[in-house]
Design a protein around this ligand. Structure first.
Ligand code: SF4
Ligand code: SF4
Length: 671
């Protein structure tokens, strides 16, 4: 073994040992989290890894940035094979993968080409970070320095690879020069050098390459680029729950003394793994309606602040777990709660649970779960919830609706409309159970939607019925406001009521009720076919059960996507189909639509809270809707209706622009 090989072997061993130590420490921090089953639905998990990790699907939501990352990701994978070969050669120089024959030539060709792609992608990344500077990449100094260092390391790796190949080719000692077109072009630059100089270039390049690889490996655990290792498992372990469903808390467990999440040890290991996976790309924050309208909340910061808490508390918590005696400072540190010491209440309560962040995140981070878990702690353990939200919850407790209007008046909207009430239907059986929801039952404006939908169902000859005063708040808002007790009570009571009757499907005009009954009631034994009224009406039109006049009374129309219908449940086409069936082609999309749609500001219980910080979310959205020039704004959610109506009034446009639910649009056009 040569002296050079001995030195390299020693450096390699030290590097791997140091990396192993850091990795072990990070894994032991993950073990501080609660256990959580994440091995179900294996086929889906593998599919997610194939599309999101190997296919980089989420990154292509921004095509150029996606292409850049795709080149770096695949370049790294391919080049790593060559790096491993070089590493073995560092210990045992005669080693080569050339026994692979033609495959080896293809491998060398691909590596050469990908190295060029990676170098170009890094230059483009520098351009974005320092010249074009999109807002999401304008980060604090430390993160900027980290990103710059990583880019420099990657660039050094590619350049040293090319100078190594170039010098070897110029010396005539590269037997596979024909398989490396880019390196061959670089070799021309070395043609004037003496054999001795070429030998120095070759060895120096080799050492720079290897030391950079090992330095990179050991820097990763301390960098946001830890995602290189954490992202694939994080995607694999994404929740298999339906998108719109929050996890149910076990309220029966008497050993539990604290509810929700306050300490790092209250999070699950997957929630902690999320923090290692964050690339700090800012895609989530760039899409967050709260952040865009000037609130303190940044979903990226929620994740990085959780990571800060984990890394700061981790060593002391481990010491405590092992029975070590803590100093008073250490005790003070472990007593700190994440909501309060790292994340403010203000940030947590600004979230509308719109799912824009989760939809954008390329590495499968589940921001809403973290935020609601911390809200659960604030609401259930500390009572730190805004007075208006508290009032809404109290009203729901007393009268099953957030306004506190007498529960016995829930079905008053239907007076004189001859709407069957299930408890009075003779056989107790209908085709459609029409779930009206609190807004459709009590809110003056939204009662008109209930009337329109009733007209439509009657016209189409649908055999339907409502629960009347037996219906209660679905539990959506209490759950998202962190009051899991109240939410579960309502859900269980509603399931018991629903299970008394025979019906084929539940139809509702409220995406929040739709989401909760469809995706969360199964957690409490309520399994039903649940259909949003947009889907139901679109189907009636398609089946020819409704005759409508296209174009009647309608000029240009736009549609506002509800987050709970769209991003949480992937219903994008049905409401558009309904609008288009009467809009006679005069349909305009908004700048941000479908899964990039912009929230109205009412989700996550924000409907019941004041919005004092920054610009109002509904105003931002209304401005965008008005920008389209449409004279009719169609909605498919009673909360959106309230928020957009308020926005149109605030912009003094109520004389020119109408806000109508899709059911009203269609009812107006019925023949
Ligand atoms: S769910 Fe919506 S409002 Fe909440 S953090 Fe994510 S993007 Fe922001
Ligand atoms: S949470 Fe996801 S989208 Fe947001 S910065 Fe981290 S990796 Fe990017």
């Amino acid at each position: 073994m040569s002296f050079e090989s001995i030195v390299f072997t020693l450096i390699l061993l030290v590097s791997f040992a140091a990396f192993g130590y850091s990795a072990k420490k990070l894994i032991s921090f993950l073990r501080l989290g609660k256990s959580e089953e994440r091995f179900d639905h294996l086929a889906k998990r593998v599919r997610d890894v194939l599309t999101m990790v190997l296919g980089q699907s989420r990154l292509f939501r921004e095509p150029l940035a996606g292409l850049m990352h795709f080149a770096i990701f695949w370049g790294f994978l391919v080049i790593t094979i060559g790096t491993l070969e070089m590493m073995i050669q560092g210990i045992y120089p005669p080693f080569s993968l050339h026994f692979l024959g033609r495959i080896y030539s293809v491998l060398l060709f691909t590596q050469d080409l990908f190295a060029a792609f990676v170098a170009l992608a890094v230059l483009y990344a520098f351009y974005r970070r320092y010249v074009s500077r999109p807002k999401r990449l304008q980060v604090h100094k430390e993160a900027q320095w980290d990103a710059t260092l990583i880019l420099l390391l990657i660039f050094t790796l590619m350049v040293s690879l090319f100078t190594l190949n170039g010098a070897e080719m110029a010396r005539g000692s590269d037997l596979h020069a024909g398989a490396k077109p880019v390196s061959r072009a670089i070799a021309a630059l070395f043609s004037a050098l003496s054999p001795n100089a070429l030998a120095v270039w070759s060895r120096a390049s080799w050492w720079v390459h290897m030391l950079t690889v090992l330095g990179f490996l050991n820097y990763l655990p301390f960098s946001k680029h830890l995602h290189i290792m954490a992202a694939a498992p994080n995607v694999f372990f994404q929740t298999s729950r339906p998108k719109g469903a929050l996890k149910a808390m076990n309220l029966e467990d008497e050993s539990v003394t604290t509810f929700g999440v306050s300490k790092i040890t209250d999070f699950s290991w997957k929630q902690l793994l999320d923090t290692y996976s964050c690339t700090e790309c800012g895609r989530c924050t760039a899409a967050c309606p709260a952040n865009i309208t000037g609130k303190l909340l940044s979903p990226r910061a929620i994740i990085t602040q959780m990571r800060d808490a984990l890394l700061e508390q981790g060593p002391t918590l481990l010491k405590q777990q092992k029975g070590g005696t803590l100093t008073s400072e250490e005790q003070e540190l472990v007593n700190k709660t994440v909501p309060a010491s790292w994340i403010t209440e203000q940030e947590l309560w600004a979230c509308t649970t719109c799912r824009a962040c989760v939809t954008e995140c390329p590495v499968g981070i589940e921001h809403i779960d973290h935020i609601v878990d911390m809200r659960r702690y604030l609401t259930l353990m500390e009572g730190k919830i805004s007075p208006e939200a508290q009032t809404a919850l109290r009203n729901i407790e007393n009268n099953s609706n957030p306004w506190g209007i007498g529960a016995d008046t829930r079905a008053d909207w239907a007076k004189g409309l001859d709407v069957p009430i299930l408890s009075q239907v003779e056989c107790g059986e209908v085709d459609v159970l029409y779930w009206v929801g609190c807004s459709g039952s009590f809110d003056q404006r939204n009662k008109k939607i209930s009337v329109a939908l009733t007209q439509i169902m009657k016209k189409a000859g649908v055999r339907f019925g409502i629960l009347g005063t037996e219906e209660k708040c679905s539990g959506d808002s209490p759950r998202r406001l962190g009051n899991e007790y109240l939410a579960q009570t309502l859900m269980k009571e509603n399931v018991a009521t629903l299970n008394k009757y025979k019906f084929k499907k539940v139809v509702t005009a409220c995406p929040h009720c739709f989401n909760t009954i469809k995706n969360e009631y199964p957690q409490f034994g309520g399994n039903y076919e649940v259909v949003h009224h947009s889907q139901f009406i679109a189907q009636l039109v398609k089946e020819g059960r409704l005759s409508v006049t296209a174009g009647k009374e309608i000029s240009a129309t736009t549609y506002h996507d509800s987050c709970y219908l769209g991003r949480h449940n992937d219903v994008y086409e049905a409401p558009r189909d309904v609008v288009k069936s009467v809009a006679n082609g005069a349909f305009v999309e908004t700048r941000r639509s479908r899964d990039k749609g912009f929230c109205c500001g009412a989700g996550g219980g924000r409907m019941w809270m004041e919005e004092k910080e920054g610009k109002r979310v509904n105003i931002e959205r209304t401005e965008e809707l008005l920008e389209t020039g449409a004279k009719t704004i169609a909605t498919a959610c009673p909360f959106c209706m309230t928020m957009i109506n308020d926005g149109v009034r605030a912009k003094a446009k109520e004389e020119e622009v109408r806000v109508l639910d899709i059911s009203e649009l269609l009812a107006n056009s019925l023949l």
